[in-house]
Design a protein around this ligand. Structure first.
Ligand code: SAH
Length: 403
């Protein structure tokens, strides 16, 4: 099976002239991490503390107008108004699950929306962020993949998700930010949008923006091996690897990217990722979706335990979350527990992920947003997913984007 790997959007350097600009030729401040803002202000002959001020206003206080930035002089505010803008997104829909999970549908352009999900848990609040519109990898069990692929998200479109959720959630009674953790596990393959994801992470971790430590950011990948090596250079970001099968024959079927980067190469990349890092075991988690009768046998659990022996890691079991037209089923609880017990007895820290927000289609793999598919995958897959289901998926738990 062939895998279409989109080229990453062209990388802009950090000088103002090459910054992403709107049609009115203004720089979008949502696109700029500190280094970009420093370069912008240096070009104006301003000191770098201006970057701190602006980062705080935009990301800390969710201010989206320069005129409201009262510690910046009137003349500089006027200059900012003529050269830059803050492109805040439109929230098309906001849903709250009975378990407290929240989902926002955010408009990106006339044809595309993206979903972002907040999951509250004891002692932490996790935001699940998308990195692409749709996904090119076409994993057989994933609703996003079935929608096809449109394009990479820009830095501003990735950050917009955090900005919206942070503005709406605010702070707890102690004044602490409600969002403490980020998982890049929404729509898309983050390592195929490497440059923008890394710049967005710079904004997430900046003390004067969202101040989230790298250890609290987890990037989930289907296994883009060369980009995993590049990610290691970015410091202690946690890696979640979507393994889902204990051998290449089955993984080729479930995760077509495996044809390009088979399991042996993937595990080598995981070993390199933790090499020389003190708490290596906490850095890599293997994700294993449980599909009844496909990858959930006790024999496969033992195979998995043998396979992962050489990589210090934890295991997350994800009981399959169904979506219309999918041929798979979630195994019974007893089988999920038996599978987990094999791994626990083999010495792995193994957690079974609880489906969260499934009443609002916010659980893993259920995010479908609203995507204008450039790969025309939906048309070519009518034999796999019945046409009626495909049509339903187009507005999967959402209002159409152009409603
Ligand atoms: N492309 C990345 C991130 C997106 S998917 C990756 O493959 O890791 C995030 C996680 O949700 C992955 O582990 C993915 O395999 C899992 N997932 C996808 N569809 C699912 C479904 N229907 N039920 C449960 N988990 C699913």
């Amino acid at each position: 099976m062939s895998v279409i790997i989109p080229t990453s959007v062209s990388e802009s350097d950090s000088t103002p002239r090459s910054m992403p600009r709107s049609p009115a030729n203004k720089v979008n401040f949502f696109d700029l991490p500190r280094a970009g803002l420093d370069a912008f202000f240096a070009d104006l002959g301003e000191k770098s503390f201006r970057s701190t001020q602006v980062l705080k206003w935009i990301h800390h206080f969710a201010v989206d107008e320069f005129d409201a930035m009262t510690n910046i002089s009137r003349s500089l505010r006027e200059q900012l108004n003529s050269l830059a803008y803050i492109n805040t997104p439109e929230v098309v829909e906001h849903q709250v699950s009975r378990d407290g999970t929240q989902k926002w549908l955010i408009r990106l352009d006339n044809n595309n929306c993206v979903e972002t999900v907040f999951i509250p848990e004891a002692g932490r609040g996790t935001l699940c962020v998308s990195s692409q519109i749709g996904c090119a990898l076409n994993c057989s069990f994933c609703a996003t993949g079935k929608q096809g692929f449109n394009r990479n998200l820009s830095v501003s479109e990735i950050i917009a998700q955090l900005w919206v959720a942070n503005r709406e959630l605010g702070r707890d009674p102690k004044g602490e930010r409600i969002i403490s953790n980020i998982v890049m596990m929404g729509m898309g393959e983050p390592l195929l949008n490497f440059e923008n994801v890394v710049k967005a992470m710079d904004i997430m971790t900046d003390d004067f923006a969202y101040n989230i430590s790298k250890r609290r950011i987890t990037l989930s990948t289907a296994g883009v091996v060369p980009a995993m090596d590049r990610l290691k250079e970015q410091g202690d970001v946690c890696l979640a690897v979507s393994l889902h099968a204990p051998n290449d024959t089955l993984r080729n079927e479930l995760v077509p990217l495996n044809n390009k980067y088979p399991i042996a190469q993937l595990l080598d990349a995981c070993s390199r990722f933790v090499e020389g890092k003190p708490k290596g075991r906490d850095l890599v988690t293997f994700e294993y979706i449980l599909l009844e009768g496909v990858n959930d046998s006790i024999k496969q659990a033992h195979q998995l335990a043998r396979l992962l022996r050489r990589v210090p890691s934890k295991i997350n079991l994800i009981p399959f979350n169904p979506f219309p037209g999918s041929p798979y089923h979630r195994p019974r609880q007893q089988r999920i527990d038996q599978f987990r017990d094999v791994l626990t007895k083999a010495g792995y820290v193994t957690i079974t992920r609880k489906p969260r927000g499934d009443d609002i289609d916010a659980a893993c793999g259920q995010l479908a947003g609203k995507v204008l598919d450039k790969t025309k995958r939906r048309l070519s897959q009518v034999s796999y997913v019945q046409q009626s289901s495909v049509q339903k998926m187009g507005v999967h738990g959402n209002k159409p984007c152009n409603a």
